[in-house]
Ligand binder design. Structure first.
Ligand code: GLA
Length: 391
């Protein structure tokens, strides 16, 4: 696997300078992720198709003294210390992602004592590649390793998700943490977010590339609107349960059932629920298309997913729409859609390898013309999930 040796070198050097030599130190590589399709379905017990990628955060972690925890972020050029038995939210937003993991591990009864952590990486923040899950899951795996906690990867994903729910306050689903810890590389991870059963679907077409276009926009609405969407889906489930007893989540509902109760659901909740039900069906269709090597159909599904996110779930924004619309007019693009929570971040584009150069040039021109800004572009490769780096 390709590792970022510059970052690893820097981490070793800084760890040594700050905390001295420690034979128990581990370095963990914890990647960002993309999601092929299945957006806002995870917290509805639905299906997703994500994968870890070749951008990652690296954490150097070793046991320390008593209960004292010291965390240094080289990217933020900042540090933070606390007692692992006395946990409180910090004003430093970046620190809460890490404090939360310690909190959830201890809540679950695992003995997390003092430790030192220095981290840095190249997962862009706020771009929708889930740098937050990379930090959470990476620390969870590192602590599992240095304290020999013996927690399975699936359970680590649950713990990392809970720490974001409880400590950061975003009621996210499990997709990001799961993709981070269980991806295999060169394949998408088909995950059933109810049973947490999963399978790997190889991504066979080496002549196709994933290109991410970053809007550079991060709306402050993102987390409040995210939580609101979740509440609207839950409201839909409650209403449907009155008519179809036993309905636990939108996973148990068909579009026909929703149509029959459109009035009772009301306009907004109806739209939200319809999007989720249809997106779940699209994940199933994408899985089948991948299995029969039909990437043109996968591309079509990406465009339809974007329309649903824009019109029914209403989590897109002008900049994302400009990028998807622009991509659809460029030859060699099989499909495009916004990716992640929405209200900014990246679009995901499935592009023929030979067309990538032209795609990059033209999408930058379009974005500049329509928004006055130049988008960051990232080509990415599907990689295995978080692991300890061995020399
Ligand atoms: C964010 C959350 C995920 C998921 C996506 C939308 O990335 O962290 O759990 O809900 O949004 O699909």
């Amino acid at each position: 696997m390709e590792l970022n040796s510059d970052v690893i070198y820097l981490l070793r050097k800084e760890f040594l300078r700050l905390h001295g030599q420690n034979n128990k130190m581990v370095i963990v590589r914890s990647p960002g992720r993309i999601n092929l399709i299945g957006e806002h379905t995870d917290y509805n017990e639905g299906f997703v198709l994500p994968s870890a990628i070749d951008r990652a955060i690296y954490l150097a972690v070793a046991p320390g003294h008593d209960f004292e925890v010291t965390i240094t972020s080289l990217d933020f050029n900042d540090n933070f210390s606390f007692d692992s038995r006395k946990l409180a939210k910090s004003e430093k937003i970046w620190a809460n992602y890490l404090i939360g993991v310690v909190g959830e591990l201890r809540k679950a009864g695992y003995p997390v004592n003092g430790f030192n952590c220095v981290y840095a990486g190249d997962v862009p923040i706020g771009a929708g590649m889930s740098s937050s899950a990379a930090v959470e899951s990476g620390l969870a795996l590192a602590l599992n390793t240095i304290f020999g906690l013996g927690i399975s990867r699936v359970e680590l994903a649950r713990i990392a998700q809970r720490s974001e729910n409880e400590f950061v306050g975003v009621k996210c689903g499990i997709m990001d943490q799961f993709a981070n810890l269980l991806s295999k590389g060169e394949s998408a991870l088909y995950l059933d977010c109810r049973s947490l059963g999963y399978e790997y679907i190889p991504f066979l077409r080496k002549d196709l590339k994933f290109v991410l276009c970053d809007t550079g926009v991060k709306h402050s609405l993102a987390s409040s609107e995210y939580n609101l969407r979740r509440q609207q889906c839950e409201a839909g489930v409650r209403i449907m349960n009155e008519y179809i007893p036993g309905t636990r989540s939108l996973r148990d509902i068909t579009s026909q059932m929703l149509q029959e109760h459109e009035k009772e659901l009301g306009d907004t909740v109806y739209k939200r629920c319809m999007y989720v039900v249809e997106e779940n069906a699209r994940v199933g269709a994408a899985r089948k298309s991948l299995q029969r090597n039909d990437y043109a159909s996968v591309g079509e599904l990406l465009y339809i997913s974007h329309q649903g996110l824009r019109d029914k779930y209403e989590v897109s924004c002008k900049e994302l729409d400009v990028l998807v619309d622009g991509a659809s007019k460029i030859e060699g693009v099989l499909g495009a859609r916004m990716m992640g929570g929405g209200f900014g971040g990246c679009t995901l584009n499935l592009v023929e390898r030979d067309a990538v150069g032209d795609f990059k040039r033209r999408i930058q021109e379009t974005y500049l013309e329509k928004t006055g800004k130049v988008p960051q572009l990232y080509e990415c490769v599907l990689m295995p999930g978080t692991d300890v780096v061995t020399d």
